[in-house]
Unconditional design. Sequence first.
Length: 169
Amino acid sequence: MAEETNTTSQQDQQQGAGNAFHLERCYMKDASVEMPHAPEVFVTPLQQQPTVDMQFEVGLKKLDDAHHEVTVRATVTIKAEQNVMLIAEVKQAGIFQIRGFNDEQMAHIGNVICPTIVYPYLRANVADLITRTTMAPVNLPEMNFEMLYQQRLAQAAAAADQAKQEQQN
């Protein structure tokens, strides 16, 4: 009986030994700032409060059997009175060692866990970049990547159901 328990424990450890997940490197992959109406935006009095639009995107790229690059991109556009004051785009990436997970687990890790780890670095870099233009600081909101991923899955399922219904008709 003790031998059976010991054998089962060793098998569990061997199976678990194949799984790996950790961040190897986090880096700013790309950054750009455009101020198409500078210096006028600094000297012309504003009649209304500027509006801020933020767009986000998560990208996944398999590098080899064990390494994946996850990129989170933020684009911040500040407008005042139909004039674009500033466009900032930053891509923050991480190289993760991920292996031993099935496809469903990999999709969750790549779309939820990895972006959650990379995002704080992105937030800091966007805030720093915009502050360096002497514009008022813009702080990106907290992100719930789990919720965003579940929404994308639901949208994909709805689109697949709609396509299936159209084929049947």
